[in-house]
Design a protein around this ligand. Structure first.
Ligand SMILES: NC(=O)C[C@H](N)C(=O)O
Length: 532
């Protein structure tokens, strides 16, 4: 039953073959079976059971469960950003996208795990432990006793068994730490929205929200074999999304099919008075074609994406799909996005600067974790921030403050903004020259193993993992990743389709065409060793 897509489930409910209550209970069961994958920070089955009682038959989502990344505010349900800084934060309001999902009849099954403050691409930098990829899941449970010499930054968190929030069941950082402190061979989910990708891939919900600043939806969607949609910047409200990089953050969707992603996009998109960067035109929800076609379209293959680090298998899939599109009447041509090579460094500077400014609010007095220190206001700030943030967050704050120093501002921040414009203009030029969409890989390879991934620091990994996704955030255009087929060692390989600003539907129609051609087989529960 849980291999159904959202669209199929809605159809079956409409025809009276299944009930939403039945599906919700199945999802809750599934959620409890995948605990080892660590996809959820807070499970909210009782919230969902309460919400479903109020759902009307005419609602779009009919009470089907959705999951939400833990950096979107959810009223009366804690929202941690996987950080000690916000471990006790219970928002008094819902993010616009959450509110809109509720309004359309979605019910909340849980808040998903992620990299702290969405900084990362592995979902391994969370105070709740890493998220595991459900495909080819080799992890063996082994309880590791927490070392007595654990650093001071985590001590009080580990002993904080308090039940937080007023709703939902929470596992404490301590429990997570104990169970997941094992580095045996397993694959990462990708990130930073790894928990949402896993929740959807395993059938614990019918769709999930994530945020994408440099690839944080598309990367985990690609590694976990689900559809990951980053809409055009300005199409979906950021109100209530705890910011990483305000000028690049986009709320988006994980789904089991392109149609599902579109259904959910229709629920959340459109102007919001609380986010002045959302488009103010009247938003009209659209359906995708039943049988979209690519006949007569021109598809661009950016030559700068053909990098030497690209794995042979991904390269092959990329070529095969380009051939398939050509055989179906599209014109496929090589194009150039010449400033792609500067994207990673430009992103690093802009990201660090906005992070430094965004994180300034967490002082332990007005916002965030407060250290046990009453020496002076300054030392309270310093200690609270030291304890509250992990070293990845602290590193970006330091870098950002450096780039923003008066003597560096012109040389780094201002220059980075100008390069961002050049990257943006590369895309504009290509589309003005008659290209309808771009086709690229989403990631260099299939999901890496945790063992390999954790050998390098977060900055290095972000720089190499987000190469194909970051420029798209710089340009503000929409992109969607879809799974194509499995690699030789049974991990999903995906491709990215990059559309034109506010032509999200046109892009999704092409993605749907590819999806119908490749017929990717989604994860079945018995593909997950140990959990079947
Ligand atoms: N949220 C993202 O897209 C984050 C990106 N991977 C980064 O580490 O900055």
């Amino acid at each position: 039953m849980l291999t159904l897509t959202l669209k199929e489930a809605l159809q079956q409910i409409r025809q009276g073959k299944l009930s939403a209550n039945e599906l919700l209970e199945k999802c809750i069961q599934r959620q409890s079976k995948i605990k080892e994958l660590n996809a959820f920070i807070t499970e909210t089955p009782d919230v969902a059971r309460e919400q479903i009682k109020q759902i009307s038959d005419s609602s779009t989502l009919k009470g089907l469960p959705v999951a939400v990344k833990d950096n979107f505010c959810t009223k009366n349900i804690r929202t941690t950003c996987a950080s000690r800084m916000l471990e006790k934060y219970i928002p008094p309001y819902n993010a616009t996208v959450v509110q809109r999902l509720y309004k359309q009849g979605g019910v909340l099954i849980g808040k998903t795990n992620m990299d702290e403050y969405a900084m990362g691409c592995g979902s391994i930098d969370s105070i709740y432990g890493p998220v595991r990829n459900p495909w080819k899941y080799k992890y063996k449970m082994r309880k590791v006793e927490k070392s007595k010499t654990a650093g001071p930054a985590t001590q009080s968190t580990l002993h904080d068994k308090q039940r937080l929030g007023t709703r939902g069941t929470h596992s404490s950082a301590a429990q997570h730490d104990e169970v997941y402190n094992d580095d045996s061979d397993w694959f990462i989910s990708g990130g930073s929205s790894g928990g949402s990708a896993v929740a959807v891939a395993t059938g614990s919900c019918f769709g999930a929200l994530g945020s994408d600043t440099g690839g944080s939806i598309r990367n985990p969607a690609s590694y976990c074999g689900v559809v990951g949609l980053k809409p055009t910047y300005g199409h979906v409200s950021r109100y209530g999304l705890i910011p990483l990089v305000n000028s690049l953050d986009v709320p988006g969707i994980f789904a089991r099919s392109v149609d599902d992603a579109n259904i959910l996009l229709n629920c959340i998109a459109g102007h919001d008075v609380n986010d002045s960067t959302t488009i103010s035109d009247d938003f009209i929800p659209q359906q995708l074609y039943d049988e979209p076609s690519v006949k007569g379209l021109t598809i661009g293959i950016p030559k700068e994406y053909y990098v030497k680090e690209l794995s042979d298998e991904v390269k092959q899939v990329w070529c095969d799909i380009a051939d398939m599109l050509e055989n179906n009447g599209a014109k496929v041509i090589q194009v150039s996005l010449p400033h792609t090579q500067y994207s990673i460094n430009t992103y690093s500077i802009i990201c660090a600067c906005e992070v430094a400014s965004n994180m300034a609010r967490y002082d332990g007095i007005e916002f965030g974790h407060r250290a046990d220190n009453n020496e002076s206001t300054e030392s309270l700030y310093a200690q609270s921030r030291h304890e509250g943030f992990n070293d990845v967050v602290r590193g970006r704050i330091f870098a950002g403050n450096y780039f923003l120093l008066r003597q560096n501002y012109e040389q780094y921040f201002k220059k980075a903004l100008r390069v961002r414009r050049l990257i943006h203009d590369d895309f504009t030029r290509v589309y003005e020259n008659g290209i309808d969409i771009l086709l690229t890989p989403t990631t260099l390879s299939t999901a890496p193993s945790y063992r390999w991934f954790s050998q390098a620091d977060n900055r290095t990994r972000t720089a190499e993992q987000d190469v194909f996704t970051q420029p798209i955030n710089m340009a503000g255009v929409p992109a969607v990743t879809i799974p194509i087929r499995l690699s030789e060692d049974s991990l999903p390989i995906s491709l990215q389709i990059i559309g034109q600003k506010f032509k999200d539907y046109e892009m999704l129609n092409i993605a749907k065409f590819i999806e119908q051609e490749v017929k990717f087989e989604h994860l079945k529960l018995n593909d997950i060793a140990h959990l079947s």
